[in-house]
Design a binder for this molecule. Structure first.
Ligand code: FAD
Ligand code: EPU
Length: 341
């Protein structure tokens, strides 16, 4: 199935609930459709490109004056199996949480802590989605997609994807050019549970037996209790990444703020909690017009109704500046802002 439109409204295609439109919009459900479209519409080569999933990590501050490509490819198929593992090939357009539900129902472990993260499977591989002690890079075997620059399809093995915390090659060298069409995941038939994040273990144990279903149920419950539902209140999850700073800066801050949450990160660095830093600056629950900061999670900016993308963006820049002034820590956006001049 192919759908293509000009001057296409995007409000229903992202979770912040702001108005924006695309000059051109192309959605397809089979990988072969893309090559056909690109051959018959050569003028696309002069347009900026935005690859779209569910729009749960985007903030539109302007209309998109280019081509939006939505690879809405369905399908979950088992492609290999041995005694301990199953390899699943999954289309980029599959809703991420449908895949988690499928895995849990089929007693396959490895992604249950990532329950209820919004978005599609393709974008999960871009962002290296993570939550409750799990990251998707630990389950990806390979990523297949179409490179607009070389006009070829290719498959990247996990070691070529340059995964790090909320980072990958698809956010850097291959950004806006490599359209992910499918992924292969490796899941466990005899899973070892990861329950060391916060009070996850205690919460799961309250349900009795610890298994994939009770972990999924608990994660969903925790998430629903502190994150706003985008269907009700516009948002894109954490607006900023948790900053990774030099250990010396973290130690300096800990002498002033001994209760500051901090975690060991790679290369001897320290990860701080952006939500805590923002809350300390007094922003939690703040509202200006319809743009605000969630009252239960200071890392989540929200649209209470009719905020514009620009209003939300301006608020985010004020937050960034105040954290820099108070703590000397620079916050990096996790949300993709479309399109900054
Ligand atoms: P989009 O927002 O549409 O796109 C995100 C980026 O990926 C864009 O740069 C886009 O161009 C690119 N992209 C999308 N599809 C493709 C493709 N097929 N090929 C190449 N590039 C592509 N994230 C977490 O990691 N952990 C969380 O716990 C979490 N919680 C959230 C909670 C809420 C309430 C919300 C609203 C968001 C949360 N997020 C979280 C962020 C978001 O869910 C993820 O970033 C998700 O992977 C985005 O998926 P999407 O399909 O909506 O991508
Ligand atoms: N905190 C505060 N005030 C706040 C929010 C958090 O003090 O307003 C403190 C908490 O008390 C805790 C620490 O900050 O000590 C961490 O908080 P939490 O466990 O809620 O997680 P987070 O670091 O704010 C990250 C991810 C989430 C993910 C959760 C659970 C990032 C940027 N965010 O949030 O991912 O769901 O952990 O693993 O890494 C997303 O990426 O969109 C997202 C929601």
């Amino acid at each position: 199935m192919i759908r293509s439109y000009t001057n296409y409204p995007l409000r229903k295609h992202h979770t912040f609930g702001t108005d924006a439109s695309a000059k051109y919009y192309f959605e397809f459900t089979e990988a072969e459709d893309l090559a056909g479209f690109l051959i018959t519409n050569k003028e696309w080569q002069n347009w900026p490109v935005l690859i779209l999933g569910e729009g749960s990590n985007l903030l539109f501050v302007n209309d998109f004056e280019g081509l939006v490509i939505n690879p809405n490819i369905p399908g979950i198929a088992s492609v290999h199996e041995d005694r301990n593992n199953i390899w699943l090939e999954v289309g980029a357009g599959v809703i991420w949480d449908d895949l988690v539900e499928y895995a849990v129902l089929n007693r396959l472990g490895g992604i249950e802590n990532l329950s209820l993260i919004p978005g599609k499977v393709g974008a999960a591989a871009v962002q290296n989605i993570g939550a409750y002690g799990m990251e998707i890079q630990n389950r990806i075997v390979s990523v297949t997609g179409f490179d607009l620059e070389t006009q070829t399809e290719s498959t990247l093995k996990i070691d070529d994807c340059q995964y790090a915390y909320r980072d990958s090659i698809f956010k850097n060298q291959l950004k806006d050019r490599y359209i992910i069409t499918s992924l292969v995941f490796k899941l466990d038939k005899f899973p070892e549970f990861i329950l060391n994040y916060g009070d996850l273990k205690t919460e799961v144990e309250k349900l009795g037996e610890v298994n994939l279903r009770t972990i999924r149920k608990t994660v969903i419950h925790i998430r629903e209790s502190k994150l706003p539902d985008p269907k009700v209140t516009g948002n894109a999850g954490s607006f900023f990444k948790n900053p990774v700073v030099e250990a010396s800066l973290a130690e300096q801050l800990l002498t002033i703020y001994p209760k500051m949450p901090h975690y060991p990160a790679t290369d001897g660095k320290t990860k701080l909690a952006a939500g805590w830093l923002i809350e300390q600056c007094g922003w939690k629950g703040f509202r200006r017009g319809d743009a605000g900061i969630h009252e239960k999670q200071a890392l989540v900016l929200v649209n209470y109704g009719n905020a514009t993308g620009k209003e939300i963006f301006e608020l985010s820049e004020e937050i960034r500046q105040s954290v820099q002034e108070k703590f000397g820590v620079e916050l990096e956006r996790e949300v993709n802002v479309i399109s900054l001049p």
